[in-house]
Design a protein around this ligand. Structure first.
Ligand code: NZQ
Ligand code: ZN
Length: 388
């Protein structure tokens, strides 16, 4: 097992009715920016719950944070915070609103052009320099409610870039599984597949000594396989919704990544497909993931075989046979979860993507990715072209 530091200061508050605790969690006398997305919170009652829990606080509202939040939109909130002397931000939404708030939190006191936060992947480490924030999660998927990373799109240049740092953990996150009931089918499917792929990125590498981490990862995968198809059909079933929400948080709150190698190339390539075609994040992962496993078969086959045996109960006479069966099982599961696994299912303009992505990665100097740093630009091209 490799050395690690495990730091996660987010106060995670889980369960029915927990939104009512907001007033105890936000410092008294705070002036709050209440940040949200396109308005789903008005239809499902979450806005009313938040407002009644915050009676007595001074609140400025900022709505309209898009899915795949835009730098240009977020900068408007940065201005409001500076002008209105806001002292606390409350993100009410899914990964996009929470990620947007992480960017806003860091950008308010950032010296220089805030676009550099994204272009130079600035790490925020000093909590005294960021605006504190909490979250009310409305969509289990990203784990953003309990991690310090975020992804923001620059509209002007069609770039989807990451930011983060230890100062950008939420102070608290309220995770009430009853919010799952109002999610559209598409978002439920996305949430399960995003969480599933987060585990795969941190697990599907090569055999190592971190035995417990493998078992954690496999248990999250198994739970998502068990509940995923059902939660899409019955999102108001509390047992399914609560397990879904906890799995999504555990998939990317840092725990399963400790002491092990990780990949993340499926995400890096997937972000480009969202930037280019506005395909939902999870759906880009379903397009790329299986083809990445195929192209990196020699690197990943031992772990694929372990995953096949332990998670899918596959049998076979060789590592290769079990590994191939594991990929097939994964693709079948993605289909059951409502994913299309070919880029041409989403756009007829797919042929430009390989050149575009390879050029972008070259410009950024991303020439060796993956757990063994052996995902070269040639391999990226092969993965993308295989995904057409
Ligand atoms: O905007 P509103 O009106 O709220 O509607 C949203 C949005 O249209 C809707 N929604 C959310 N909660 C709802 C609801 N509709 C009905 N009932 C509810 N309870 O769902 C739509 C999608 O929301 P979004 O926040 O975009 O989805 P998700 O949580 O999947 O977040 C995706 C974003 O997170 C990034 C992705 O790249 C993408 O930009 N990621 C963030 C990560 C992180 N911070 O660690 C890791 C991930 O890998 C991912 O990259
Ligand atoms: Zn993801």
């Amino acid at each position: 097992m490799t050395n690690f530091d495990l730091y996660n200061p987010t106060n995670y508050i889980f369960g029915k009715g927990q939104i009512a605790k907001l007033s105890e969690l936000i410092p008294k006398n705070s002036k709050i920016l209440l940040a949200y997305g396109g308005g789903s919170i008005f239809k499902n009652g979450i806005y009313n719950q938040v407002k009644s829990a915050l009676s007595g606080f001074e609140i400025v509202e900022f709505g309209g944070i898009e899915p795949n939040p835009r730098y240009e939109t977020l900068m408007k909130a940065v201005e409001i915070i500076r002008n209105e002397k806001i002292t606390f931000i409350l993100a009410v939404g899914g990964g996009s609103v929470i990620d947007g708030v992480k960017f806003i939190s860091g950008a308010v006191n950032f010296e220089g052009d805030a676009v550099e936060i994204l272009k130079k992947r600035v790490l925020f480490k000093d909590v005294s320099k960021v605006i504190p924030f909490g979250t009310v999660l409305t969509l289990p998927a990203t784990g953003s409610e309990m991690n310090s990373g975020a992804v923001v799109t620059i509209e002007a240049t069609q770039e989807k870039l990451t930011l983060g740092g230890s100062a950008l953990f939420p102070k608290f996150s309220i995770c009430d599984p009853t919010v799952v009931a109002s999610l559209p089918k598409r978002q439920l499917e996305n949430g399960v597949v995003d969480a599933f792929t987060h585990v795969m990125e941190q697990y599907l590498t090569y055999p190592h000594d971190a035995l417990l981490q493998d078992r954690f990862a496999e248990s999250i995968l198994q739970t998502l396989i068990e509940i995923g198809p059902d939660v899409v059909k019955n999102p108001s079933d509390y047992k399914l919704a609560s397990n879904f929400m906890w799995c999504a948080t555990m998939a990317l709150n840092g725990l399963i990544q400790k002491g092990v190698p990780s990949d993340w190339a499926t995400h890096m390539i997937g972000h480009e497909l969202t930037a280019l075609y506005e395909i939902d994040h999870a759906r880009t992962l379903a397009i790329i993931g299986p083809n990445l496993y195929r192209v990196l078969f020699e690197t990943k086959k031992e772990k694929l075989a372990q995953y096949g045996e332990r998670v899918w109960n596959v049998e076979g006479n060789s590592i290769e046979e079990k590994a191939e069966k594991a990929i097939r099982k994964t693709v079948d599961f993605l289909h059951v979860m409502g994913m299309e696994t070919k880029l041409s299912n989403y756009t007829s303009d797919y042929e430009k993507s390989a050149d575009f992505i390879v050029n972008r990665f070259e410009e950024r100097g991303w020439k060796a990715m993956g757990e063994k740093q052996n995902i070269t630009l040639e391999k990226v091209r092969e993965i993308v072209e295989m995904s057409y």
